[in-house]
Design a protein around this ligand. Sequence first.
Ligand SMILES: Cc1ncc(COP(=O)(O)O)c(C=O)c1O
Length: 381
Amino acid sequence: MTQDSHPTPLPPRPFALERFYARWEFDVAHNLSASDVEPVGLGELLALADAESAALWDGLRLGYTESAGHPLLRWEIARLYERAVPEDVLTFAGAEEGILLTAAALVGAGEHVVVVAPVYQSLHDVARARGADVSLVWLDPDRGWELDVDRVIAELRPSTRLLVVNFPNNPTGALPEEAEFRRLHSACAERGIRVFSDEVYRGVELDPGRKLPAAADLGDRDISLGVMSKAYALAGLRIGWIVCRDRDVLRRVAALKDYTTICSSAPSEILSIMALRAGPTLLERSREIIRENLALWADFADAHPERIRWTPPRGGTTVFPALAGRDTDAFCERLAAEDGVLLLPGSMFDLPGEHFRAGLGRRGIGTGLNLLSERLRRAGR
Ligand SMILES: Cc1ncc(COP(=O)(O)O)c(C=O)c1O
């Protein structure tokens, strides 16, 4: 495939996690597995608005907007990065459209892509559907989901076009040391391999000092993916973005966006400007909810030492414990159907067996955790 062709994405495998949620998410009483944060209410957000964004909201006309994104929104997004300017930003309907279109624009048949796993399915399956040869390098559960940079480097080939990473990681909460992340980035840069860094959980590190540099700041060819859904707790806005200082990348991805959403939702753009201007308040709100829930999950793990093995997360909104001796596909089905409690089986991340994803972002998880505890106690008798 040549760089100038405009590939049409092929349908990838069904998205296991999204299909699982389509079945259960809106029917269960206790979703203990969500990766987003307790959504901010519209009134709550409007109350945080500065004068300019409040006036934009009051005067909003519901027409098409600029296809690369509202100029003020691109400006606010660029401010999140050290080296980006608004022209380096392209907005999407959520991060998901950004993943689909970036992979479709940059990856062709026969090319090699390395993806650090476990990871959100589209981050490897879109490339696979493009006909790429995808190598997964797994974080190691026996070493606390640590990233082994040398193992990733060993997978890089002359045909490797892209390295895909997601830190803080969904589902494990893993977050490498900055020096290791930089070492991995340098190894890719030396080989001319672009890094596609899914940074949708950036900003919710448990130790704020552990925040990694953005890929788009580290290299002028590399791509950072961001979104309002996770750290900012505004998934319903469906606003995501990529930042890349290589304008050719933005041009190629934007050419595909003309065939999907054309431009972003006008109300969502203004609400996102408002939210980014109130960013520190929203991020602290998210971190506080996560810290409280992490304490509840730690108590839960302590109460079931014979059943639960886990590595506490370093960042993000999820954790990926193991339920000793259990097939979590069957367990999660019964838990949802009989107790109305939703956990996500590890098979949704191509890791069938004992692991399950728990979410740390939603408020009011106590009753669901109690029901889960009771089920484990009953099963232990
Ligand atoms: C790592 C990662 N990237 C991208 C997405 C997609 O984000 P959005 O739903 O905002 O499009 C998700 C959603 O869970 C995710 O976990």
